[in-house]
Design a protein around this ligand. Structure first.
Ligand code: AMP
Length: 117
């Protein structure tokens, strides 16, 4: 179900432009508008779920398709050999600002193990 005032639903609908790097029947991957790493791609289900918990509970197969697209994006961006980070911010208190489930795929730079910054 599409949410009319959801930013990422509007990107899926083509109402807001995005730099799309991969699209499947059920998922979309596009470059983050404010990249935090040389590669910073967002992977979303086209269907609206507020976060990854809601997505996984309602449609585990779709959650798996999102992860498949994460892997395909990482390979296409040349990150599968070097490694990359996948983040699903879940909740405003940890910085989620867009309440449409999305994976951040980050790579192309050395990162340490500090995940709390
Ligand atoms: P989060 O803070 O986990 O909810 O992540 C939302 C991400 O969406 C942030 O990294 C933003 O930079 C990114 N973002 C916001 N608007 C756009 C847009 N129009 N196109 C691409 N990325 C966006």
């Amino acid at each position: 179900m599409t949410q009319p005032d959801c930013l990422f639903c509007r990107i899926v609908a083509g109402e807001i432009p995005a730099t799309v790097v991969r699209e499947t029947e059920t998922t979309l991957a596009f470059r983050d508008i404010a990249p935090k790493a040389p590669v910073h791609v967002l992977v979303i289900p086209k269907e609206h779920y507020a976060d990854v918990v809601a997505l996984g509970a309602a449609d585990p197969a779709l959650a798996g398709q999102v992860l498949n697209t994460v892997a395909d994006v990482a390979a296409a961006e040349g990150l599968d050999g070097t490694g990359f980070r996948v983040i699903f911010n879940t909740g405003a208190s940890v910085g989620q600002t867009v309440f449409h489930a999305h994976a951040h795929v980050l790579g192309g730079v050395e990162m340490d193990g500090d995940l709390t910054g």
